[in-house]
Design a protein around this ligand. Sequence first.
Ligand code: GDP
Length: 195
Amino acid sequence: FVGHEVDFVKGVVAMDGLPPDDRPEVCFAGRSNVGKSSLINALTGRKGLARASNTPGRTQEINYFTLGPEKYLVDLPGYGFANAPLPVVEKWQRLLKQYLSGRATLKRAFVLIDFRHGVKKVDDEIMTLLDRSAVPFQVVMTKQDKVKKWDQDKILEQVRDALNKHPAAYPEMVVTSSEKGDGIPTLRAIIAGLD
Ligand code: GDP
């Protein structure tokens, strides 16, 4: 699903705006600035594609992209904006819950974790929501190139410990660097294998 097979479909603000659930989909979630746009761009080989999701007005939407003719890639808004107005946060949380619990074709959620920071409280909350919604999820570590090799093990251990508490979590993480390209083919293969 590289290049021309990937296109922006639409931004969704309410459940009735979702495209027909006629194909499997995967979603990407993560704190703001985790490197989600960079990862989606690296994954699809189309620079600037996920920028569509980061333009003002689009940031609170569930953004749909096609991955070839047979799948959707769903970009969920970045969470953890401390300064967003409460009604905005609440509206977004409601939509997120409805989406996660009501989308039968959602095959897997990828939860992005910044390698430098490990699992934060908001990440843990999203994982709990995924547990409750019975959505299997897999952690994708981002920005591996920013962490020295000898610091990586203890962070990965913290993440593993956190994942142990979540029944919906896959134990295997995907370690990536959008900058260097590490882990991108692996992630692509995982998505290609989901039906
Ligand atoms: P988003 O808010 O989650 O969409 O995050 P972005 O993709 O916009 O990335 C946030 C910042 O982290 C930007 O300055 C990116 O250049 C940087 N970044 C993202 N991925 C990587 C990576 O793999 N390595 C490095 N060194 N920087 C990255």
